[in-house]
Design a protein around this ligand. Structure first.
Ligand SMILES: [Zn+2]
Ligand SMILES: [Zn+2]
Length: 265
């Protein structure tokens, strides 16, 4: 059985496709998934899903760097209250820095970067107080993210860089601190040699897989929509990379995800 440790179910929910998506996931051996919050808009729907599907859907709250706008301070205020709910979010995230999707005018870009950094800092301090796992989104901002996490005092053993798309050198930085990385369908792409090298460097003891659906569809479906069932293709490629039987690799990645996110049985 596999776990999709990071997906966004909002689109499927809106289109009334969720039942079909869950059915296909189950048929593909993906029994459990974590639907990851990105802004105030998806937190409540994800709580509802987790309440409706215990043991199958877990959820998180966090302000994605691409959701950071002038309303972020209002959003951030309600985050702690969600950690008093049942079912509780399994992590704070995804939070971080995205220096890829920025406005083209330098002044506006600088302003947004500063706002993202502040929202990231404040959310890290909430995670520090809660002592919960943290999901990091980092795009073109690996070193900046590492620095802010270092400054926050958050326990690196509770930090996971999702959709890891850096090379072995950056992985070394995470390993030295005790941090984690999870991998998407990118590892199935031909050109992703250095990402696969980073994955091998982290090793099987910490290998965690995700789809980041509806984005980043793995081969052989690249270019089409992504969904939790497709974490199977990523697992298949990882089994090749690690030279391991598929079922064994699936079991290992599931145990790792359960351990990191402290998932209830
Ligand atoms: Zn992300
Ligand atoms: Zn995501």
């Amino acid at each position: 059985m596999l776990i999709d440790s990071h997906c966004h179910l909002e689109k499927f929910l809106k289109r009334g496709e969720l039942d079909a998506v869950l059915e296909r996931a189950e048929a593909a051996g993906v029994h459990r998934m974590i639907t990851v919050g990105t802004s105030l808009k998806d937190w409540q729907p994800y709580f509802d899903l987790a309440a409706q599907f215990p043991g199958r859907i877990d959820w998180t709250v966090g302000i994605h760097p691409c959701s950071v706008d002038e309303t972020w301070e209002d959003m951030v205020k309600v985050i702690p209250s969600y950690f008093a709910t049942d079912p509780m979010p399994v992590a704070l995230g995804e939070i971080g820095l995205d220096h890829f999707h920025l406005p083209k005018y330098p002044d506006e870009a600088a302003e947004l970067k500063a706002m993202q950094a502040l929202a990231f800092r404040v959310q890290l301090s909430i995670a520090y107080q809660l002592g919960c796992p943290v999901i990091i989104h980092s795009r073109n901002a690996f070193n900046e993210c590492v620095q802010l996490i270092d400054e926050s005092g958050v326990d690196w053993n509770k930090v996971i860089f999702h959709c890891f798309s850096e090379g072995p050198e950056s992985m070394r930085v995470l390993i030295d601190r005790g941090g984690w990385a999870s991998f998407t369908g990118i590892v199935t792409y031909k050109s992703a040699e250095s990402v696969r090298a980073a994955m091998q460097l982290q090793g099987l003891d910490r290998l965690i897989l995700e789809t980041d659906a509806p984005y980043l569809t793995p081969e052989p479906h690249r270019g089409k929509g992504n969904e939790p069932a497709f974490v199977r293709y990523t697992a298949r490629r990882c089994a090749e990379v690690f030279g391991l039987d598929f079922e064994l690799l699936a079991a290992r990645t599931t145990q790792n995800a359960e351990r990191f996110f402290q998932l209830n049985p």
